[in-house]
Ligand binder design. Structure first.
Ligand SMILES: Nc1ncnc2c1ncn2[C@@H]1O[C@H](COP(=O)(O)OP(=O)(O)OP(=O)(O)O)[C@@H](O)[C@H]1O
Ligand SMILES: [Mg+2]
Length: 304
């Protein structure tokens, strides 16, 4: 805990009477990529803004590199690259002028990384910022956040608005940052990208951090939910007797299964009873969390 790059305790922020976040306690270790997942309005952006002292918490505290977020904001910001969720860029500058000035402010003399990032993200920096599309503005924001190779990257939905190939490039940049020993705090809506690059993930819902878990632990908990329509009704234990298969419900000849293992055996059983239809219900990371915490009672991160 002592050498965490980011640590918060009971962080609480209200926009007037509107709940932003409540009692968020988390810690992010050096070299870790920490994913922050949650639905719209959950409090991801608010948490990150409080860390950067853009918002002052009513309760709780945060440290970055062991420094108090409220007292040492200047020293902290020097060591952080931040991609805000809502970028505001100076409209009349070109992207090149803007990024060059960011590099100067950051004390970066070697501009190779800046132009290398532009190239990798397929950003042409020669146009005025007001002329860029949303995705291209996002790229400018990413280059600005990364050009000084900060120890900590705080990225608010860095892949949003980007096309799939560029999204992959962003994820590669995150992986590269970690390979260099840097720390990343990464908010997202997208399970697959969190799974692809994060070491741990925190789930925030309605302002509260409801769970924190290692991604590899969760991935091992992955399951499918299938709804099968059969021609004949199988005995009650036909699926339940298979290891890793649970029958969740049956309505007439439609049977809902949760399958962790033995998909082949479950399908063979279904075929014996005349498989008429099969439908897969997408499983979200939140479902995996809920099932996991349901099965591992008491492991919930103590924030409630
Ligand atoms: N400027 C604001 N004034 C009042 N309430 C706000 C303001 N910004 C955010 N909120 C509220 O704070 C809560 C958390 O919002 P926040 O933007 O942190 O969520 P988020 O997880 O980043 O959501 P999204 O996925 O949509 O970006 C929401 O209830 C939101 O309505
Ligand atoms: Mg947000």
């Amino acid at each position: 805990m002592a050498d965490a790059v980011v640590a918060t305790e009971g962080l609480t922020f209200y926009y007037g009477r509107q709940r932003g976040i409540e009692n968020v306690s988390l810690s992010i270790q050096p070299g870790e990529v920490f994913g922050f997942l949650g639905p719209n309005g959950a409090g991801k952006t608010t948490t990150q803004r409080v860390l950067l002292d853009v918002l002052r918490p009513q309760r709780g505290r945060a440290t970055l590199f062991g420094l108090d977020s409220r007292k040492e904001g200047v020293a902290i910001r020097r060591r952080v690259g931040y991609l805000p969720g809502e970028l505001s860029l100076p409209k009349t500058l070109t992207a090149r002028q803007f990024l060059e000035s960011m590099a100067r402010i950051r004390g970066v003399t070697d501009r190779r990384l800046l132009y290398d990032l532009c190239e990798r993200l397929e950003l042409d920096p020669s146009r005025r910022l007001r002329q860029y599309s949303r995705g291209n503005k996002q790229k400018v924001g990413l280059v600005a956040a990364m050009l000084h190779q900060p120890e900590l990257l705080i990225l608010d939905e860095p892949t949003s608005g980007l096309d799939p190939l560029v999204q992959q490039t962003v994820l590669e940049l995150v992986r590269a940052a970690r390979a260099e020993g840097r720390t990343v705090f990464f908010s997202s809506h997208v399970l697959s990208e969190v799974q692809a690059v994060c070491d741990r993930v925190g789930i925030i819902r309605a302002g509260r951090l409801v769970a924190v878990e290692r991604v590899d632990t969760l991935v091992k908990q992955q399951f499918r939910r299938l709804h099968l329509t059969l021609d004949r009704l199988p005995p009650m234990d036909a699926f339940e007797k298979l290891e890793g298969v649970r029958e969740l419900a049956r309505h007439e000849k439609r049977i809902s299964l949760e399958i962790r293992q033995n998909l082949d055996a479950a399908m063979r059983t279904a075929l014996e009873y005349g498989l008429l239809d099969i439908e897969e219900q997408p499983v979200t990371l939140e479902d995996i969390f809920l099932a996991y915490y349901g099965n591992h009672g008491g492991k919930e991160n103590g924030n409630a």
